[in-house]
Design a protein around this ligand. Structure first.
Ligand SMILES: Nc1ncnc2c1ncn2[C@@H]1O[C@H](COP(=O)(O)OP(=O)(O)O)[C@@H](O)[C@H]1O
Ligand SMILES: [Mg+2]
Length: 183
């Protein structure tokens, strides 16, 4: 019962957030920050969940990775993706990478989990979509809104998010955020 209440609270919060994002009511507040520090914090925050699933998380990022973007929103994007990677991977490996490219900053989250078919990949951006509803688990954000929020937030930054996956092999999600000239 308490778990069900938690689930409902989370669903309402996520839906509210989604409505704001969907109707473009989210105003980005860009700032300069070190994405490597952010990635270290994220991995630490989700460490317990990874451990519970017997997942090893490997972080590969430069000593410093400065970027100019809305930090809270970038955290929200990567948190959702990393949470999925852990949720759908048991006794596996998750590799989180951050790097600078000529055009911007790129993040890659790769897991060795259950993966998806192409048909499933094509649908993950739809709100409330879950490839397999029977896999629903209450300890995670499991409302099926995560990836639609991710896509909207990436698009607000004029970036790109791509997913490649193979059933039973794993999934790779790549997020690219363009450099902005803010001089
Ligand atoms: N890393 C992943 N590995 C396998 N399936 C995934 C992964 N990420 C997302 N999915 C699939 O896409 C669906 C939608 O993800 P998401 O929008 O985050 O919703 P939720 O996590 O709330 O189920 C998931 O339910 C799952 O079926
Ligand atoms: Mg999710």
């Amino acid at each position: 019962m308490a778990q069900e209440t938690q689930r409902l609270i989370r669903l309402v919060n996520e839906t509210l957030d989604f409505e704001k994002v969907r109707t473009n009511k989210v105003a980005l507040v860009p700032e300069e920050f070190d994405a490597s520090v952010m990635l270290h914090n994220l991995v630490t925050q989700l460490g317990k969940k990874a451990k519970a699933n017997d997942d090893e998380v490997i972080l590969k990022t430069p000593a410093k990775l400065m970027m100019y973007a809305d930090q809270d929103r970038i955290v929200q994007i990567l948190f959702n993706i990393l949470q999925n990677a852990i949720q759908f991977t048991e006794h596996g490996q998750i590799t989180v990478q951050g790097r600078e490219t000529t055009t911007g900053i790129e993040f890659e989250i790769q897991d060795t989990g259950i993966g998806m078919t192409q048909a499933q990949i094509d649908q993950i951006w739809e709100r409330f979509y879950k490839a397999d509803p029977s896999r629903m688990r209450t300890q995670y954000g499991e409302t099926g809104l995560g990836m639609s929020i991710v896509r909207h937030l990436v698009e607000l930054h004029h970036g790109k998010v791509t997913v490649t996956s193979q059933p039973n092999q794993g999934t790779t999600v790549t997020v690219w955020i363009p450099k902005v000239d803010h001089n």
